[in-house]
Design a protein around this ligand. Structure first.
Ligand SMILES: NC(=O)c1ccc[n+]([C@@H]2O[C@H](COP(=O)([O-])OP(=O)(O)OC[C@H]3O[C@@H](n4cnc5c(N)ncnc54)[C@H](OP(=O)(O)O)[C@@H]3O)[C@@H](O)[C@H]2O)c1
Length: 349
């Protein structure tokens, strides 16, 4: 009998927050690499809030996933068979091919080679992966961040937000993080050394709380949450302020027609504001330099990676994903499918 593997497919379109019944684990024949490809055994897979935007069967900012298709995600794994001259068995790579025990790597798509052994493997799916790159390019390319500015980050204890806040602090900025719950706020001030942390779930007047923490106003808003959040912060922006639209976690479970609008647009004129989104893959040619700088910051201890690795394999993945929308994750949430290779520092989680 030929070798088999397993993957998670979309069993039905999500309606509201994702639930386990939306997904199905399937047995599948082991994929076979063609010329120029390689076979990867996944070690860690990610759960990403943005994936939800593809699961309703309706057009979104990315094409919808078809029923029966493997659910998208990032992973890190080991090459176990190669038909590519530059990729050898035993090499560790990061890919974007979904919730599956084995995937085909093809350098014509997204493949990052992981050669730096100074940090745990999980870091390369979080602060050194798509999350950290979104923070880096959002702040540096989109917002043109300058030392001395005041930065507000939302979902600031999450994977992208925790990296964005720390990068802004390292750049010499005053950082105010907004997140849900006291434990997340404590982490932001005590571990990530943000200047202020605000628990939006326990704050009746969020704009007043942000204004108290930023009496001179805000130069950059790095937003991971959505329009209602942005609308509350716009009146606090300074002249020439920039709003980076990174994500809309508050909107991914809603119909496009139910997404809130932004009312406070006059400030774009009076305060010469700029608002711009990003798709981090546009910056792929420049990831290498950003990854190297971020890895150095981590090794020096200036930048603290925030991630959790959940046990339980593929079976645990749908609920790990659903938990993102309940605010359960502490930073980047990953699921372990296989043990780390011996030559990476061990992960505490
Ligand atoms: N533009 C790009 O290229 C790009 C690339 C990667 C990711 N992203 C986006 O970046 C954002 C952050 O991604 P991430 O991976 O770091 O995820 P994340 O911020 O860790 O997302 C999960 C967190 O979102 C918060 N949340 C959930 N529902 C919420 C709601 N209704 N209102 C406010 N907060 C809510 C919760 O934190 P609290 O407990 O604090 O509420 C939860 O722990 C996402 O929107 C993602 O789509 C963009």
């Amino acid at each position: 009998m030929s070798a088999m593997t397993r993957r998670i497919v979309l069993a039905r379109f999500c309606d509201g927050p994702p639930v386990a019944e939306d997904f199905r684990i399937e047995d599948a024949p082991m994929p076979e690499p063609r010329e120029g490809q390689f076979l990867v055994r996944n070690i860690l897979i990610s759960v990403d809030p943005g994936t939800r935007a593809r699961l309703s069967g309706k057009p979104s900012y990315i094409p919808p996933l078809k029923l029966g298709a493997t659910v998208g995600a990032f992973s890190i794994g080991e090459i176990i068979e190669s038909r590519h001259p530059d990729f050898a068995p035993g090499e560790i790579v990061s890919l974007a091919d979904g919730w599956a025990e084995h995937v085909i790597g093809d350098p014509r798509g997204f493949v990052r080679r992981i050669t730096d052994r100074r940090l745990p493997l999980a870091a390369w799916l979080g602060v050194l992966g798509v999350s950290g790159m979104t923070a880096w390019f959002g702040l540096h390319r989109v917002a043109s961040l300058k030392a001395g500015e005041t930065v507000v980050v939302t979902s600031a204890a999450g994977a992208v937000g925790s990296a964005a806040g720390q990068l802004a602090r390292i750049h010499g900025c005053t950082v105010i993080g907004v997140a849900g719950g006291q434990a997340k706020c404590d982490w932001m001030t005590e571990v990530a050394h943000f200047d202020a942390a605000i628990d939006y779930k326990a704050t009746a007047d969020l704009p007043a709380a942000i204004a108290a923490a930023a009496p001179k106003g805000i130069d950059v808003l790095f937003d991971n949450v959505g329009n209602a959040m942005i609308d509350q912060v716009i009146p606090l922006m300074r002249q020439n302020g920039r709003i980076v639209v990174s994500g809309q976690v508050d909107a991914y479970n809603s119909d496009e027609s139910a997404v809130e609008g932004i009312r406070n647009t006059r400030a774009f004129i009076t305060h010469r504001l700029m608002m711009q989104g990003l798709v981090v893959f546009d910056d792929l040619p420049n990831w290498g330099a950003a990854e190297a700088a971020m890895a150095d910051h981590m090794v020096s201890g200036e930048l603290v990676g925030r991630w959790e690795v959940l046990p339980g394999g593929l079976e645990a993945t749908p609920d790990a994903f659903a938990g993102l929308f309940r605010g359960e994750n502490t930073g980047r949430r990953l699921v372990r499918l296989a043990p780390d290779p011996d030559d990476f520092p061990k992960d505490a989680s």
